[in-house]
Design a protein around this ligand. Structure first.
Ligand SMILES: [Zn+2]
Length: 344
């Protein structure tokens, strides 16, 4: 007879410590359910079904290249988490690391490696400027103002590559915020989107053999330029689809006009203490850890706060509409014969 562990494939590598523990049994059931191919699950989300259509499998060579588990560990979720045995993001010839007051230049080994590998890949294909890295997480994670996330070593802000006024690649030590025309000013000079290098950066990140990218937040108009560049370069359809999926607009995308906000999934050896949340793209490895009660409570509070804010916004809009509407004239009262008589 097949054991539950064998039926669950990869889960067999991590059996629960005590078979009699009800929580462990529940985790096993959850892991088995999660291990069912996504196409077979009921009501897949829009993202997961889009991911499923990709049906991408990493080449065996890439899997064999996977190094031993790293000592760095991401804990919790990116907006309520921490980091242990963090790795500092060191500058390289292709990478400038911007220092911030919060000293948020630490990440998991997987995130730091991803940034360094992607910067090197861009420099190899298009020599010249450096990638500008902004905040990652603090050495022990936790709150990293002004960010809400960036707490667990899985988020990084990476500057957009830009060209100077003469069309040459610009080497900068800062981010440049770009308007809808694709250009912006910094330190009195004008810069425009270097879509060629920026495409190369995102393409390198989503093709990374080790880190798995979940999100790349970028303003929708800049995203359109990026995808158009991929099409212009006749990038493989799978690569275009990956970039389109990770850059899909989210609530925070619109404000990302100077940098990409990149988030990676939990490295498999950091689970179950590291907690992923949807969407799960086709390249997600293994089984997500279930959220802890603390995370579930935080998410419930966030949902209630959002609902309150939406109710307040609706009330404000209703008041505004009522004020904007021309005051309806009250129907004229019939003349009061007594008043008419009293009028001199
Ligand atoms: Zn960010």
């Amino acid at each position: 007879m097949t054991s539950p562990a064998n039926r669950c494939g990869r889960f067999a590598k991590r059996p629960p410590k005590r078979d009699t523990d009800p929580m462990a049994r529940w985790l096993l059931v959850l892991a088995c359910v999660a291990h069912v191919p996504r196409a077979a699950r009921a009501q897949p989300s829009a993202e997961s079904s889009a991911s499923e259509r990709l049906a991408m499998v990493d080449p065996p060579a890439a899997r064999e290249a996977r190094p031993a588990p790293s000592p760095s560990t991401s804990h919790g979720v990116p907006d309520r988490g921490r980091l242990s045995s963090a790795v500092p993001l060191e500058p390289t010839p292709h990478l400038f690391v911007r220092q911030s007051r919060g000293a948020a230049q630490f990440g998991t080994a997987e995130l730091v490696g991803l940034i360094q590998r992607a910067a090197a890949a861009v420099a190899q294909a298009h020599p010249g400027p450096r990638l500008v890295a902004g905040d990652l997480s603090r050495a022990r994670g936790g709150r990293a103002p002004p960010h809400r996330s960036h707490q667990s070593g899985r988020d990084a802000d990476l500057g957009l590559y830009v060209l100077d006024a003469s069309g040459q690649p610009a080497t900068l030590d800062r981010f440049v915020s770009l308007r809808r025309d694709g250009c912006g000013e910094a330190a009195g000079a004008r810069y425009c989107f270097d879509v060629e290098r920026s495409w190369a950066l995102v393409a390198a990140m989503v093709s990374d053999p080790i880190a798995r990218v979940q999100y790349v937040l970028i303003a929708p108009d800049l995203r359109r330029r990026l995808l158009a560049e991929g099409e212009r370069r006749r990038a493989p359809a799978e690569l275009l689809a990956r970039v389109a999926l990770v850059t899909e607009p989210h609530a925070g995308s619109h404000s990302h006009r100077s940098h990409f906000h990149v988030r990676i999934y939990c490295p498999p050896d950091d689970r179950p203490g590291c907690i992923d949340e949807p969407p799960y793209h086709a390249w997600y490895e293994g089984t997500p850890a279930p959220p802890t009660p603390a995370v579930r409570g935080m998410r419930a509070r966030q949902r209630r706060a959002r609902a309150r804010e939406q109710a307040r916004a609706a009330a404000r809009a209703a008041r505004h509409a009522a004020r904007a509407r021309p005051a309806r004239r009250a129907p004229a009262a019939p003349p009061d014969p007594a008043a008419e008589l009293a009028t001199p």
